[in-house]
Design a binder for this molecule. Structure first.
Ligand SMILES: C[C@H](O)CC(=O)SCCNC(=O)CCNC(=O)[C@H](O)C(C)(C)COP(=O)(O)OP(=O)(O)OC[C@H]1O[C@@H](n2cnc3c(N)ncnc32)[C@H](O)[C@@H]1OP(=O)(O)O
Length: 713
């Protein structure tokens, strides 16, 4: 597992123990064993009076080594050595060696002290941190609870409310400024030794703890809140119980083996893996400097993208077709920035500075020195084609030409240009300054340099980029187009709209397919839908329900009427009037409720929640398999991230492919086959899924990347 600690003793008698395990000084079992050895050495040596613990290269520690979890999930023992024994780190190292030591210790924290890292620091007798240090117990984001005494020491150091916030919301505590970290820590340790400062064992502190009755109330409130916010997850409740009862280790071990932990650890590594693109990021290319970006179109998307760029220090030129639209776009950007000020994320002074980097224009005059253009106009092929040939004329030959299209094939968009190597998709998700995903779409001709440049921009604007291949709908929209389609098919055959939405939100999606349609708006839903009808006619379910409703001026949330009706506060309520549209659509589709076909007829009006989830989401798994098999995504894990970050698929289920594998290819394929016999080709399993099912193999391995790797051998 690697990593170690070093020890050096100064002439002042202070031993500096440094954690050394790049890149984040994570606590592997080797590091923990070495930490114990260094401590024992410092305690035994006569020339050591006091101890300072720190991390190498400006990072205290990013916590327990998450790679070790993988071993546990695969059923292997973590490692050998004393630190692998149950409770050894928590009791033998942190309580009995560090905290109970006869020599005082101080944690000198620069950079990160997260999870186990902060727990080591809390075992020391005092903590000194720089102004930029990040302290936190983010274990819950991985489906576990702190396991090295954090649930007990943190409440004693900062009080229950702050400790609960740091664990359940996983936010970080920023400490007041400190300077000359190591010197201050050294002096502090000696001050403790000479009783000029208190010698405090965190575990025995009680001054910050609330009286019992009050503490119980705080914990019960936290329980209720966690139940509301994370109804499908057990570990936040377990964490609160453990804070109250103090028995940490056993629960930690149980959670470590849970499906939630497996899924969240998968998501952790998958997210970090998206920036590693074979054939692109392994060529040693350095991102070029991009400082000025032009955006075409100041609508919801364009203004959101502009906001994200401005907030990260880019200069932005916003182009619109007339004064009125330009004013609207600039106004939206200003409103976004104002909202950041209100939320305390941007100071008033920075607001002015940020806004001063924005320029609104009506022509291409200022495009000659921009480094990148992002086109964000309506989804109209000929308009986009015209724009791209204009861009070729007005921009420098090095300028990156990106499109924010969500569905249209990029080759079509660039058809009238000779700039195919610098055309790329930069597909943001609405609201673009908030949603974390950036789908980067490359064609066969996009140069690796341009991809590396956009990956860098993505990182700077704090998005998780996923690089995908070019096709209609790319990865996210293509995977999720069956989401609404299957829901429409079910409704036309008797299932209830609101029951479907309820079952799907209970599963963990932020909203069901119908509520989502209302949010996106029927105009966009129809435009996108028609792209799919055109490109994948054999598997597109054609329902007239949405067009029928739109004819009646019900177009979703913006018109206050869609599948739901909306009040002034945008609260959605079911609408009994929908019945008439459903009946008409059913008639036009020529289908009946509960068609009498096949022996294993499922009465769709009486579907259970489980059946709804399967019938809505297995077609999504099926399409994800196609996307993977075609090589649109190079890694199945990229699709997991795309679904989690772009569609809100619950991360604690690990993403769409990971979830599919947790159910099994055989079962999914069997169900899809059964439904395709009853309801048509919409459900037909794709070749890849059928093949994996026949082999009894997982879906997440064996896609185009594996096929390519094999063909290279
Ligand atoms: C018993 C204990 O209570 C249990 C625990 O301690 S569980 C662990 C608790 N700690 C955490 O959850 C922190 C997880 N890490 C993070 O949040 C972020 O990585 C960070 C804030 C530390 C650094 O973020 P950032 O600078 O953006 O770098 P990031 O790309 O995320 O990570 C850099 C590398 O370190 C790795 N890494 C980060 N934290 C790690 C950890 N705790 N264990 C192992 N590897 C880790 C990442 O996988 C990545 O590897 P790669 O370069 O091969 O992809």
């Amino acid at each position: 597992m690697g990593g170690t600690t070093t020890i050096s003793v100064g002439s002042d008698g202070v031993a500096i123990i440094t954690i050394l395990n790049p890149p984040v000084n994570s606590l592997s079992l080797d590091v923990l064993n070495s930490l114990k050895e260094s401590f024992d050495q410092a305690l035994q040596r006569d020339d050591v009076k006091a101890i300072v613990v720190t991390g190498a290269k400006g990072k205290f520690s990013g916590g327990f080594d998450i790679n070790a979890f993988g071993g546990v999930h695969d059923g292997k023992a973590m490692s050998t050595g004393p630190a692998s024994k149950p409770g050894y780190v928590s009791i033998d190292i942190l309580s009995d060696t560090v905290e109970a030591a006869r020599k005082p210790s101080v944690a000198a924290i620069d950079g990160l002290a997260l999870g186990g890292g902060l727990e080591v620091a809390m075992g020391c007798h005092a903590r000194i941190a720089t102004s930029t240090a990040q302290l936190g117990l983010p274990e819950l984001q991985l489906g576990i609870i702190p396991g090295f005494g954090g649930t007990q020491r943190l409440p004693r150091l900062v009080g229950l409310p702050k400790a609960l916030e740091m664990m359940l919301v996983s936010c970080y505590l920023f400490n007041p400024p400190g300077d000359e970290l190591l010197d201050t820590a050294r002096r502090w340790a000696l001050d403790i030794l000479e009783r000029r400062r208190p010698w405090v064992a965190s575990l025995y502190r009680t001054d910050k703890l609330e009286p019992l009755g009050e503490a119980r109330e705080i914990l019960n409130f936290a329980r209720a809140q966690a139940r509301r916010q994370a109804p499908n997850m057990q570990h936040p409740q377990v964490c609160i119980d453990v804070i109250e009862e103090g028995i940490e280790y056993n629960e930690f071990q149980v959670l470590l083996k849970s499906d939630t932990c497996k899924s969240l650890v998968h998501i952790f590594f998958a997210q970090r893996g998206t920036t590693k693109v074979p054939g692109v990021t392994d060529r040693g290319l350095k991102p070029r400097r991009i400082s000025k970006v032009a955006i075409l179109g100041g609508g919801l998307m364009g203004s959101g993208i502009a906001t994200a760029l401005l907030l990260s220090g880019y200069q932005v030129v916003l182009k619109e077709v007339n004064e009125k639209f330009l004013e609207g776009g600039l106004g939206r950007i200003k409103a976004n920035l104002t909202s950041s000020v209100k939320k305390g994320k941007l100071s008033q002074e920075k607001f002015e500075k940020t806004l001063s980097r924005l320029k609104g224009v009506l022509d291409y005059e200022s495009f000659k020195d921009v480094d990148m253009v992002i086109e964000a106009v309506i989804e109209n092929v000929s308009l986009k084609q015209q724009i791209f040939s204009d861009l070729e004329k007005y921009c420098s030959p090095h300028c990156i030409l990106a499109s924010n299209t969500s569905t249209i094939d990029l080759n079509l968009i660039g058809e009238k240009t000779k700039s195919h190597d610098r055309i790329i998709g930069a597909h943001f998700f609405s609201p673009a300054h908030i949603m974390p995903l950036l789908e980067i779409v490359r064609t066969e001709k996009t140069s690796p340099q341009v991809i590396v440049d956009l990956l860098d921009v993505g990182k700077k604007i704090r998005k998780t980029p996923v690089v995908v291949g070019n096709c209609t709908g790319f990865a996210v929209n293509r995977m999720f187009f069956p989401y609404t389609q299957s829901a429409l098919l079910l409704v036309e055959r008797g299932a209830d709209i609101y029951k479907i939405d309820r079952a799907i939100t209970k599963f963990g999606m932020p909203m069901g397919p119908f509520r989502l349609c209302d949010l996106v708006g029927f105009g966009v839903a129809i435009a996108t839908g028609s792209q799919f009808v055109e490109n994948f006619p054999e598997r597109t379910y054609r329902s007239m329900l949405i067009p029928l409703m739109q004819e009646d001026k019900r177009a979703g949330e913006t018109t206050r009427k869609g599948f739901y009706v909306y009040n002034d506060k945008r609260k959605a309520s079911p609408d009994p009037e929908l019945k008439k549209y459903i009946e008409k659509a059913r008639e036009m589709a020529g289908v009946s409720v509960d068609p009498k076909v096949g022996g294993a007829l499922i009465q769709l009006a009486k579907l259970s929640d489980k059946e709804i989830i399967e019938m809505v989401l297995f077609p999504v798994v099926n399409e994800a398999c196609r996307v993977y098999a075609e090589g649109i995504a190079v890694k199945a894990a990229d699709l997991d991230i795309a679904g989690v970050m772009g569609m809100g698929f619950p991360p604690y289920r690990g993403g769409i492919m990971f979830w599919g594998d947790s159910i099994g290819s055989k079962y999914i394929c069997g169900k899809l086959e059964e439904w395709s016999k009853m309801y048509g080709d919409f459900f037909k399993p794709c070749g890849y899924l059928a093949e994996r099912a026949a082999l009894g193999a997982p879906l997440s391995t064996g896609g185009a990347d594996e096929a390519k790797a094999k063909s290279r051998l």
